[in-house]
Design a protein around this ligand. Sequence first.
Ligand code: SF4
Length: 438
Amino acid sequence: MTHDFKEVNESYTLPEAIREAQRCLKCKVPSCKKGCPISNDIPDWIAELAKGNFGNAMSIIHNRSNLPAVCGRVCAHERQCEGNCVLGKKGQHINIGKLERFVADFDSDAGLTHEAIPEKSRGRIAVIGSGPAGLTAAGDLARRGFAVEIFEMEPEPGGVLMFGIPEYRLPKEVVRREIKKIENLGVVFHLNTTIGENYTVDDLFAQGFDAIFMGTGTGVPKKLSIPGIEHPGVRQAIRFLRRVSLYENGFLNRNEVIVGKGDKIFVIGCGNTAIDAARTAVRMGSSEVTVVYHRTINDMSALRAEYDDAVAEGVKFLWKSSVVEIDGKPDSPKLDHIVIDTDGERTTVDADHVIMAVGSAPASRIVSTTEGIDVDGKGYVLTRETPYGMTSRKGVFAGGDVINRPATVVHAMLDAKLVAEGIAQYVDAVKLLETINQ
Ligand code: SF4
């Protein structure tokens, strides 16, 4: 079993990247672009890359994306751009994700593009949360001439990119480089600052912000009702991944991460978070990791490539199976055993820990401390079409997973881009009215 967190997918060398880019047919109606949720101008930047114009390629990507080194690594390319590439029908699609990653990494390493910092004259925006949605909204608004400040509860910015997606899929240095580029646009970060605890939304308005963007994601994991689920040997995947990340970055000690060497781990669920938790448990030294899923392989929401990698790393999968009982001594941090039901047949197996990855929902910290932000029955923030993304509270906008239900990084980015446009229109209109009424 693998025991290190080094990035698993290798990057192109420069000649390899150019050769791959030269295979592109530059389709007049590019189906790859249609498959991209943020309509990245894929053939245009691939054409620049094919000619060796790396800076131009980067500038074209930046027109649509604030996080290309991230998207190049973690997007579901097989279901989006690459899955739609015409070359895939006859043979091998263009490896668009790997090329995007190459362009972004090459640009950072060589320091090729330096965006001009726009004058901040259109207004002040507070962004809550610095995951994909918050960073995208902040980058887009800063480029349009707004003074943007991000409020982040963790000791480092990045949200799920820093504390949810493991190092071997998305190295933290890559996230830090992307964040640095956004900081270079003049965006200010306030870390270890929780809105709803340190400040309220009303405090932010009192500080002079013209609009507020909530990109707070879905930080509260869902629970199953299984006898024994409250035992300390049972943990939530997003909390486990966060703690491993904090440990890897020196914020926690090894003994503060539950999974120890030789532990036997069972992961409930089969989305990408479940696979991330399973592969991370392998890297933390577990002797055996098993994913337990109540449906079949064809129903799992995890990417096939992630599943294949997990299998190659020794993770086992139990389909049409559920954990129906969890047992452990009350004073022990570890479990004794669990009972698994597979198609009606029950088996008792030894287990040290169960990790649950069955979805998550938004925290209520902000809406419970702010008047007038309506949510649906499950706690997702309700927003409107005009101005796009505004909540029922004037000037407070929301976007990404906190309104959409947990989706992919690029879908959160797409939503944040549209909301940034809505915020710009709203602030401009309010300031125009103020001028007229003076
Ligand atoms: Fe190039 Fe494939 Fe896009 Fe056509 S669909 S432009 S071949 S990447």
